[in-house]
Design a protein around this ligand. Structure first.
Ligand code: ADP
Length: 452
């Protein structure tokens, strides 16, 4: 702003100097041209009397008396004749005559201020053709009009510059208000987000790019807050998941140590410890799989495999548990299904995971049914339950890592994410349909291998 202000002031002063010079030069040129018209015929006269009478008639009959004053001066510089006929001594300063005499070309132009305050430009030329009573002719004109003109230009220029400065101030202020202030606010809030404090949000004041940026930052904060919350919940549910079998293992080990002479109790303790250790190992395996998926190290050992064998085994594993929980596990096993080119262990893991969820989220007296069939060159596996179901708000998110729609049952929230990844790596799909309070159906499709 300071630099622009300085430049504008310099421009203002320069423009005034240029205009003033231009008008002065124009006035001087006009005086020169007019006096030249009077002076040039004088050289024709051979006699002093003819020259003098020509000078007198030129001065008295000068036809632009309104704008100019033509003055004839004596050889000693006194005023002898004026075109207006007024007494000149009151208003005329005759220093120009001496200066014209001293100059090389016998001419002199000067600007004077009269006693009346009027400013005039005087152009004096020495008459050198014949020595006569008249020594010089002087033409003068008022330059008040020029000064007025320059003053008006100065006023217009200054007003324009002030208007430009005001405009710049206004633009600068609105720039500060619309960009600098919100950007500073965003910086401050972003720092808080970086420190983990997501409480504040930016209020978008405009609908331009800055407003959009504010909305994006708000969206980012909401997502960060959610993922922070999900991460905390994940840590807490995994810790809880690990603690439950560890408590059982610890309790039964202590019982076995205490009652070392009762083989039946020891047998039961060993059974529980083995079961819980297996559960722990499965959980750790699932976590490791998830971490492998996240960093891209998850691979499949693919071979031609019979899906029915893997599905049958998964159903068998859960048969006992479902029975003990009072849940009916129905398996509609087809006679034969085409082969799939896939990883046996991983596919079994997917079926176990989905059946485990179905049993876990179904209350006593409910039913879990498993069926498989061929449809449009694909194998379709349907695992349905009459359990608690999933709400429409949670349904789109349950396949997301760490997402738990139901916090009342055990689970880390990564089972479906891992299962979905495995199915997709096989070129298949995993879709979930559910109605809250009625039940859930998970549909898994796998492409049939072309080789057999
Ligand atoms: P979790 O280990 O918590 O079960 P999953 O990734 O397997 O994690 O499932 C994610 C969420 O999806 C669960 O927390 C649960 O709310 C919901 N869910 C999955 N399967 C079912 C089902 N059969 N019935 C009801 N809810 C289910």
């Amino acid at each position: 702003m300071g630099i622009v202000l300085l430049v504008l002031l310099v421009v203002d002063v320069l423009a005034l100097v240029i205009f003033s010079n231009y008008y002065s030069n124009a006035a001087e040129q006009s005086l020169t041209a007019k006096l030249e018209l009077v002076i040039s015929p004088l050289s024709r006269y051979q006699t002093v009397s003819g020259l003098e009478s020509e000078i007198e008639s030129s001065v008295q009959e000068f036809d632009e008396k309104e704008k100019y004053e033509l003055v004839a001066l004596s050889t000693s510089g006194e005023v002898l004749l004026t075109s207006s006929g007024f007494e000149p001594s009151e208003w005329l300063d005759l220093s120009g005559y001496e200066k014209a005499l001293d100059s090389e070309d016998g001419e002199y132009c000067e600007t004077l201020t009269l006693s009346s305050g009027e400013k005039v430009m005087c152009y004096t030329v020495i008459i050198s053709s014949l020595p006569c009573e008249y020594g010089a002719l002087m033409l003068m004109t008022s330059i008040d009009l020029i000064d007025n003109q320059i003053f008006k230009i100065g006023v217009v220029l200054t007003i324009s510059i002030l208007a430009i400065i005001l405009l710049m101030l206004f633009v600068g202020l609105s720039f500060v208000r619309s960009i600098v202030v919100p950007v500073r606010q965003m910086c401050d809030i972003s720092k808080k987000y970086a420190e983990g404090d997501f409480r504040e949000r930016i209020e978008p004041k405009t609908s331009d790019e800055i407003g959009e940026l504010a909305e994006s930052i708000n969206y980012m904060a909401t997502e960060l807050e959610n993922s922070d919350k999900v991460k905390n919940e994940f840590i807490s549910s995994v810790s809880h998941e690990l603690r439950t079998p560890l408590t059982a293992i610890k309790g039964w080990s202590e019982t076995a140590l205490e009652i070392s002479d009762d083989p039946e109790t020891i047998q039961k303790a060993m059974k529980v410890i083995t079961g819980e250790t297996e559960r722990l190992s499965d959980m750790v395996e699932e976590l490791l799989d998830f971490s492998r998926i996240e960093d891209g190290r998850f691979t499949l050992n693919r071979e031609t495999c019979d899906i029915l064998a893997e599905l049958g085994e998964a159903v068998l594993i859960y048969g006992e548990r479902a029975k003990s929980l009072g849940i009916k596990l129905e398996y509609y096993e087809p006679e034969m299904l085409p082969f799939v080119y896939g990883d046996r262990a991983r596919l079994r893991q997917v079926f176990i995971n989905i059946i485990d969820n179905a049993v876990k989220y179904t209350n006593q007296g409910g039913t879990v049914s498993v069926e498989a069939f061929e449809q449009d060159k694909e194998i379709v596996v349907l695992i349905s339950d009459t359990g608690v179901g999933i709400s429409p708000q949670d349904l789109p998110k349950v396949k997301t890592k760490f997402y738990k729609a139901n916090h009342t049952r055990r689970g880390s929230g990564i089972g479906l994410a891992v299962a979905n990844e495995i199915v997709e790596m096989h070129g298949g799909s995993l879709t979930i349909n559910s109605e809250l309070g009625k039940g859930t159906t998970v549909r898994i499709t796998l492409p049939i291998t072309e080789q057999f």
